[in-house]
Design a protein around this ligand. Structure first.
Ligand SMILES: *[C@@H]1O[C@H](CO)[C@@H](O)[C@H](O)[C@H]1NC(C)=O
Ligand SMILES: *[C@@H]1O[C@H](CO)[C@@H](O)[C@H](O)[C@H]1NC(C)=O
Ligand SMILES: *[C@@H]1O[C@H](CO)[C@@H](O)[C@H](O)[C@H]1NC(C)=O
Length: 398
């Protein structure tokens, strides 16, 4: 179930603007989200807030303790003892490729958590591509940044996990990063790929019978999509927190509009796909938690010793509760959402270091400019441009 359901529309409308403000104040790669209610797209779009955010109701004030900075959250990996994934989660003899891009700009800890959760949910590590969009060139590859640096990423750890890393040549915006994914897929001759936000953790529904792991369900989705005659473009797993993308459709609509760098560029893309009759439907593969904080020890994502192929164990139940708690904290609490920014502000003087507060401000500046540009393009300020009568080819005509 989505966190906000249809019978709570009124509440959703009130808090929608605030939630979106929180959403865009997250990590750079998380800036764009077709917002809180993706499962009814046209409805969702009309809920987007007007550009002015000052008039929105103030957020509920609630203090959460700032997480103390923790340099290592996966001690077992550091010791070279990565646990085994539950064999019930992986899929043997799979003939389908499932390349998964996870874009990274800031906060290694959230990234590592997301990556490990995909691996423990059965995703083959060799299909996961972390896209290092830090703009620090080869500094992470050469281990030049310290863990308190927001742009720090541990290359060795990702290698150890079996995940590959692809570097962007310079810091890309959200829209550019999306086109980077598409172009990479084109170069590899892939007709589809997945991309995920880096501030999520996924979890299979271990309590369901018969049991199908998160990854196995993703494969079901892909297999059905490929076999169908439907003119599909995207499949959303919990909004766009994880998305399956059909490359041909992306090429058909000319890719993402990189002149709308962050916010609203998703509306621009999704509406242009609808204008050309592409479908964009939801698929439930299991839990996807939207997080601003990380677990104390990522080892809890793996089965405990002696329970290697057990399901719905005490460990699992506690993990699920903890992730739910963390997601609640992020969604309700501005402070909770940004804790990592406060704890990871070091690295001054290291290669390509920028002032993290200035970095955030600059992104928000371009978000605003993107919104203005969207309005110029469609002569309309909100996401629901089809409802407002705009057809394919109506852009830039006023
Ligand atoms: C939401 O979707 C349903 C069908 O899935 C549709 O009947 C309904 O009109 C949609 N709501 C809006 C506001 O578009
Ligand atoms: C990076 O990961 C490797 C491999 O797990 C580990 O040995 C190393 O200590 C980590 N580096 C830092 C700075 O934590
Ligand atoms: C989309 O569907 C509508 C209605 O069936 C049709 O008129 C239009 O030509 C289609 N557009 C494209 C690009 O296929």
């Amino acid at each position: 179930m989505p966190p906000i359901s249809l019978n709570r529309r009124a509440i959703a409308a009130l808090i929608g603007g605030f939630v979106i403000f929180l959403v865009i104040s997250g990590a750079i790669t998380n800036h764009v989200r077709p917002d809180v209610i993706q499962n009814n797209l046209s409805w969702a779009k009309s809920l987007l807030p007007p550009p002015k955010q000052d008039e929105l109701p103030p957020p509920p004030e609630k203090e959460t303790p700032i997480q103390p900075f923790q340099e290592e959250i996966f001690q077992l990996a550091k010791e070279g003892r990565i646990p085994k994934v539950n064999p019930l989660n992986t899929v043997a003899n799979n003939d389908l490729k499932t390349p998964l891009f996870i874009g990274f700009t800031r906060n290694w800890y959230l990234l590592e958590q997301a990556v490990v959760s995909y691996i423990t949910a059965g995703w083959p590590a060799s299909d996961i591509i972390v896209v290092d969009n830090t703009g620090v060139m080869d500094s992470n590859l050469r281990g030049l940044l310290s863990p308190k640096n927001p742009w720090y990423l541990n290359h060795t750890r990702l290698d150890q996990l079996g995940v590959s890393v692809k570097r962007t040549p310079t810091l890309l915006t959200f829209a550019q990063l999306q086109n980077f994914f598409i172009n990479y897929a084109v170069e590899q001759n892939w007709d589809h790929f997945f991309w995920s936000h880096m501030d999520v953790a996924v979890l299979s529904k271990e309590y369901e019978q018969p049991y199908t792991s998160f990854y196995a369900r993703v494969l079901d989705c892909l297999r059905q999509a490929k076999a169908s005659k439907e003119k599909w473009a995207l499949k959303f797993f919990a909004y766009d927190w994880l998305t399956l993308v059909r490359v041909e459709a992306m090429k058909d609509v000319g890719g993402w509009d990189t002149q709308i760098p962050f916010y609203m560029t998703d509306c621009d893309m999704y509406e242009r796909l609808f204008q050309r009759n592409y479908t964009q439907k939801d698929w439930d593969a299991g839990h996807i938690f939207d997080l601003a904080s990380h677990l104390q020890d990522l080892a809890v994502l793996y089965p405990a010793a002696g329970e290697e192929s057990a399901l719905d164990t005490t460990r699992f139940k506690e993990l699920k509760l903890e992730l739910e708690r963390m997601m609640g904290e992020k969604q309700q609490n501005k402070k909770g959402r940004n804790t990592w920014q406060a704890v990871q502000d070091g690295g001054q003087g290291e290669p390509f270091w920028r002032n993290p507060k200035g970095f955030e401000k600059a992104i928000n500046f371009w978000i605003e400019k993107g919104r203005e540009l969207f309005k110029l393009k469609w002569n309309y300020p909100d996401c629901d441009i089809i409802k407002a009568g705009r057809k394919a080819g109506d852009e830039w005509t006023q």
